[in-house]
Design a protein around this ligand. Structure first.
Ligand SMILES: [Zn+2]
Length: 469
C-alpha cells in the first residue's frame, strides 16, 4: 500500500493511506501511535481514583491537551472531583458529537491482586490494574481520538466535545453527569454521544462480535416494610413482622414478572441466534415466538441469568434488616429489593402487581427514589449506529454487530433522558477475561492488543461521523 505523508509533527507522523480515498485526516500510522496510547493509558491507571480524586485526572488531561494547543475547562461541584470539557470546533453543518468517559474507579481489595492495582503492570500481554477496563480504556481511547483529529487539521462538520467526567461509579452528591447535565448542559449538548457500555468478543484471536449498548434497565429499588406488635420471644405472635417479611420475600423473590422484548432485545436475540451453536440458537429463537418463549425460561434462569434478566423487569431481594435480640420480637422488619425495570415499564402499575403477589396488608412497599432517569432507547436507524456497524464490518470482517440492553445502569441514562442518543462501546475481551477479570471484579486487566484496536475502532467511528464529508 502506498503511503502519503500529510502531516509531520515532532514525535508523530500522520500518514494517509492511498487506498482510503476520502482524504482529510483519514488515516493514522497505528503502529507508531501505540507508544503514546500506552503511555497515557498507564499513567491514567496509575492515578488512584477510587470514588474520588478525579481532579488529578482532569489536571493530567489538561496538560496533555494544552501541549496540543487545545484549551479545556474544568467544572467542579467538589474541588477534588472535577469534570473536564474540551471542544474542537466544527463548521456547524451538523450538531455536535460528544465523546466521554468517566475518570473514577471502584474500590480495590489489595490482597486479592497478584500485582499493584494502581501499578498498570504489564505482564503476559496484558495491562493489569483497577480501571483498565472500566473506564480508563475508554478515557484514553476518546483522548487519543480527540488529539489525533486535532493534529490532522481535518475540517469537522460538527463540534467534537471531549468530556472526562467524575462520579460515575458512585455519586451520592451529584458531582458527575448530574452536575454536567443540570448545571452545564450547554457545554456537552450534542446530537450523539459515545462512551462505555459495550464490549466485543475475542475468539482465538479473532474479533467475532461487537456489542453496542443502546439501552439499559432502570434502577427502581424499593423496601418491603413489615410491621406488627413487639413482644417477648417466648410468646409466639401471629403478627410477628419477621415471619410476614420472610413470606413476602419468598413470594416476590420467586415471582416471574411478564416477559417483554423491545427493539434492542429483539434484534439482539435474532442476531445472537444467527451466530450461536444450534442448541443455544434454538433457545434464542424460541424467545422470539410468544408460543414457545415460556418453555425456555427455566433453562435461562438457571444457566444464563444475564439473558433471563434482559427479558423482564427483575426483582431481587438484596438486604434484610430486623431484630435487636434473640428474645425480642421486633415491631418492624424490612427487606431491600433491587428492582431493575425495563425501559418503558409503568413502575406504579408494577408496584401494584407486586402488592397483589405479596398479598399481605402487614407488608408495605416503599419505593426508594431512583438514581437514574427513565430514558428512551437509542435508535438503531441513526447515522451513529449505522456508522458503528459499518466500521465494525470493515475493521473486523465477518463479525456481527449486536445492539444490547444493559441490565446495569450507566451515565448514558442521563444523556438519553436529555435527548442525546447514546451508544456504548468497549474493547475486545476473551471469554476468560469476561468471566474472571471484568469490570468491578477482584482483578481487572486488558489485553494490550485490545487497547490499540479499540482506539483505532473509536477513531474510525468518530472521524466518519464528525469529519467533513
Ligand atoms: Zn464504568
Amino acid at each position: 500500500m502506498r503511503k502519503i505523508v500529510v502531516a509531520s509533527l515532532p514525535g508523530l507522523l500522520l500518514v494517509a493511506i492511498a487506498s482510503m480515498a476520502s482524504g482529510q485526516g483519514r488515516a493514522v500510522d497505528w503502529e507508531k501511535e501505540k507508544a503514546e496510547m500506552l503511555q497515557h493509558y498507564r499513567a491514567l491507571v496509575q492515578i488512584d481514583t477510587q470514588y474520588g480524586n478525579e481532579t488529578k485526572v482532569a489536571e493530567y488531561l489538561k496538560k496533555v491537551l494544552e501541549a496540543e494547543g487545545i484549551p479545556s475547562t474544568t467544572f467542579a461541584k467538589d474541588p477534588k472531583r472535577a469534570n473536564l470539557v474540551a471542544r474542537l470546533k466544527g463548521n456547524g453543518t451538523k450538531r455536535p458529537l460528544l465523546i466521554l468517559a468517566h475518570t473514577d474507579v471502584v474500590a480495590v481489595q489489595k490482597e486479592k491482586w497478584p500485582v499493584d492495582p494502581f501499578g498498570a503492570v504489564m505482564k503476559d500481554g496484558y495491562i493489569w490494574g483497577r480501571g483498565t477496563i472500566d473506564d480508563k480504556d475508554k478515557l484514553v481511547s476518546m483522548l487519543i481520538t480527540f488529539i489525533l483529529i486535532k493534529r490532522s487539521g481535518a475540517v469537522l462538520d460538527r463540534d467534537l466535545i471531549f468530556l472526562a467526567e467524575s462520579g460515575e461509579e458512585a455519586d451520592p452528591t451529584g458531582v458527575g453527569i448530574n452536575f454536567m447535565v443540570n448545571e452545564h448542559f450547554d457545554e456537552i449538548n450534542a446530537e450523539y454521544a459515545i462512551t462505555e457500555g459495550g464490549t466485543a468478543r475475542l475468539e482465538n484471536g479473532r474479533l467475532t462480535v461487537v456489542q453496542v449498548g443502546t439501552t439499559e434497565k432502570v434502577p427502581r429499588r424499593a423496601r418491603l416494610v413489615a410491621t406488627g406488635s413487639s413482644g417477648h420471644g417466648s410468646v409466639p405472635r401471629i403478627d410477628n413482622p419477621v415471619v410476614h417479611l420472610g413470606v413476602a420475600v419468598a413470594k416476590i423473590g420467586t415471582w416471574e414478572p411478564p416477559m417483554h422484548l423491545n427493539e434492542t432485545t429483539r434484534t439482539y436475540f435474532e442476531k445472537l441466534a444467527g451466530i450461536s451453536p444450534p442448541d443455544k440458537a434454538a433457545r434464542y429463537r424460541a424467545l422470539l415466538d410468544p408460543a414457545r418463549a415460556k418453555q425456555v425460561q427455566r433453562y435461562l434462569a438457571e444457566n444464563e441469568p444475564a439473558i433471563y434478566s434482559m427479558l423482564r423487569t427483575s426483582v431481587v431481594p438484596t438486604m434484610l434488616k430486623a431484630g435487636v435480640g434473640a428474645n425480642v420480637i421486633p415491631s418492624e422488619a424490612e427487606a431491600t429489593l433491587d428492582i431493575r425495570a425495563l425501559p418503558g415499564e409503568d413502575i406504579d402499575e408494577f408496584y401494584g402487581e407486586m402488592k397483589r403477589v405479596i398479598d399481605d396488608p402487614a407488608v408495605k412497599i416503599v419505593p426508594i427514589p431512583s438514581t437514574r432517569p427513565e430514558a428512551p432507547a437509542s435508535r438503531l436507524d441513526t447515522e451513529m449506529y449505522r456508522t458503528i456497524e459499518r466500521v465494525s464490518q470493515r475493521l473486523y470482517p465477518g463479525s456481527v454487530t449486536l445492539p444490547a440492553m444493559s441490565t446495569g445502569a450507566s451515565d448514558m441514562a442521563q444523556l438519553r433522558a436529555k435527548g442525546i442518543p447514546s451508544y456504548g462501546l468497549g474493547p475486545a475481551v476473551t471469554e476468560e477475561d469476561r468471566a474472571q477479570y471484568g469490570a468491578h471484579s477482584d482483578v481487572e486487566r486488558l489485553l494490550e492488543s485490545s487497547l490499540y484496536r479499540f482506539v483505532e475502532f473509536t477513531w474510525n467511528i468518530v472521524t466518519e461521523v464528525a469529519l467533513k464529508k
